[in-house]
Design a protein around this ligand. Sequence first.
Ligand code: SAH
Length: 266
Amino acid sequence: MVGSNGNSSIGRLYIVGIGPGYEEHMTFRAKQCIMDSNIVIGYETYIDLIRHMLDGKEVYAYAMTQEVDRANHAIDLASKGNIVSLVSSGDPGIYGMAGLVYEVLAERDWDGMNPYVEVVPGVSALNACAALVGSPLMADFAVVSMSDLLVPWDIIVKRVEAAAQGDFVIVIYNPQSKKRVHQLRDTRDILLKYRSARTPVAIVKSAYRDSQSIVLTDLEHMLEYQDHLGMLSTIIIGNSSTFIYKGLMINPRGYKSKYELVREQV
Ligand code: SAH
C-alpha cells in the first residue's frame, strides 16, 4: 500500500469529523481523506450518512459502545500500511474518537510517526445547533455532557454549578437517554437556583439531518418536550443576557453598551 505522504511503508490514520449530517457541512479535507482511504471505519449511523462515498472501499460499521475495539482496529489496519478513515460525527476532538485513539496509541508505545495520524476537524453539534437557532454562543459559553458513563456524576454536577455561577451560556451534549433521565432534570434544578425560569432554552434534534427539529422554550418548560430530548439532541441554555426575537435565540455581543446600533445611512 502506498501512502500519499510518499513513504510506501507508512500507513495513515485519519480521524475524520464528518459534521452534523448533510454533506454540505462536511469540510473539503474530510471528503478528501475519505476518498483517499481504502478502509473506512465508524459507528453504523455515521457510516450510513456517508454511504454514497464508500463505493469500492472496505467498510467496517460498528455498533455503539464498541469504541475501544473500533480504535484498535483502525490502528491495526493503519499500522499494516493501509489508508484508514475512522469517522466520527461532528468534530472528532469533541466527545469523539480522537482522544481514545491517542490514548490507545500512547498505551501501544506509538513512535509518533508510524502510522501517520491526522485529526480532521468538523462542524460540531454546538456550532451546527447554534447556527440553526440564531446566535446563542456570541460570548463565553461552557459545554457539558450529561453522560455519566465515563465521568462520575458528582463531577458533572460541580461543572454545571460552576458554569451556572459564572453566567456562562451552557451547551449540553448527550442530554438524556431512555435509561438516563435524572441528569437533565437535576441540571435544570441547579440552573434554576441561579437563573430566571424564563431563561431561553433551545432544543435541537438531529441538526442538518432529515429528521431535524427545533424547539425554543425556557428553563421552566424545557422538560415538557420529551419527544425532542434524547441522544440525538443538543440543548443550549441562555445566560442572563440571552433574548428571543422573531423565533431566534440571541446572545448580544456587547456592542450596544458602547455604540448606537441603528444608524442612518447617508
Ligand atoms: N463529536 C460530536 C459529539 C458526539 S457526542 C460533535 O462534535 O458534534 C454525541 C452527542 O452530540 C449527541 O448526544 C448530541 O448531544 C450531539 N449531536 C451530535 N450530532 C448532532 C446533531 N446532528 N444534532 C444535534 N445534536 C447532535
